[in-house]
Design a protein around this ligand. Sequence first.
Ligand code: ADP
Ligand code: AMP
Length: 227
Amino acid sequence: MGAADHASNAPVPRIVFLGPPGAGKGTQAGRLAGECGIVRISTGDMLRDNIAKGTPLGQKAAPYIDRGDLVPDDLLIGMVGERVRQKDCEAGFILDGFPRTLRQAEGLEGMEGGDSGGLLVINVEVPREELLRRLSGRRWCPTCQSTYHVYTNPPREPGICDRDGTRLIQREDDKESAVAHRLAEYDERTRPLIEYFRGRSRFHTVNGHRPVETVFAELSGIVGARA
Ligand code: ADP
Ligand code: AMP
């Protein structure tokens, strides 16, 4: 499916990825955005970018992120609300990592293209032990934000980004103490969104505990079938 396919009377794809940290949301959302010719909006990447640039938003968000806490709703709702009004979202978007609380879901409802009745929500499920393996092995490029895994998705040269040669790092919040807290935050504050969206949006649960290509093939089918 290419961008041109959406130019006619096909519905504009507005997709939300739900799932715990490490489920593969970023990996799949990035590929799907490329295939559909729409933008991927990763709130984690946006926040890390603000931190790297030292913006006021980044300075407020940094301590929450490092501890594995969720950043306050108002900051996220303001940031995403502004992002979805931009021109490149007119053809559709994939939200990766937002909403993560009921208040954020309600905030999304009032945003450009955020009407829950028009959303396709994809809930990615992965067993807890596998999430822990994925998060402990995740490595990240601070320049282009590409994600790798030391075993399942290694770069060509160990520790070096394939795209720009930057030395890969482990995110502070992928270290053990923050991971436990992030998973608990997911259970308490984000998991309830499954029921919220199931009743309002086109909703699919996908088994994310399979090879990247297999999961992607299923997602392509779901998104393609919608057009
Ligand atoms: P999320 O965005 O949901 O936190 P990521 O897409 O960053 O998750 O994936 C978490 C880690 O797991 C990364 O290191 C990624 O390379 C790896 N990964 C993603 N999908 C799979 C998969 N299907 N099988 C094995 N490893 C995966
Ligand atoms: P991610 O890259 O999606 O794993 O997000 C990394 C961190 O950014 C999270 O653990 C939170 O601290 C913060 N974050 C990202 N998205 C949100 C959100 N929608 N609400 C609150 N905090 C968020």
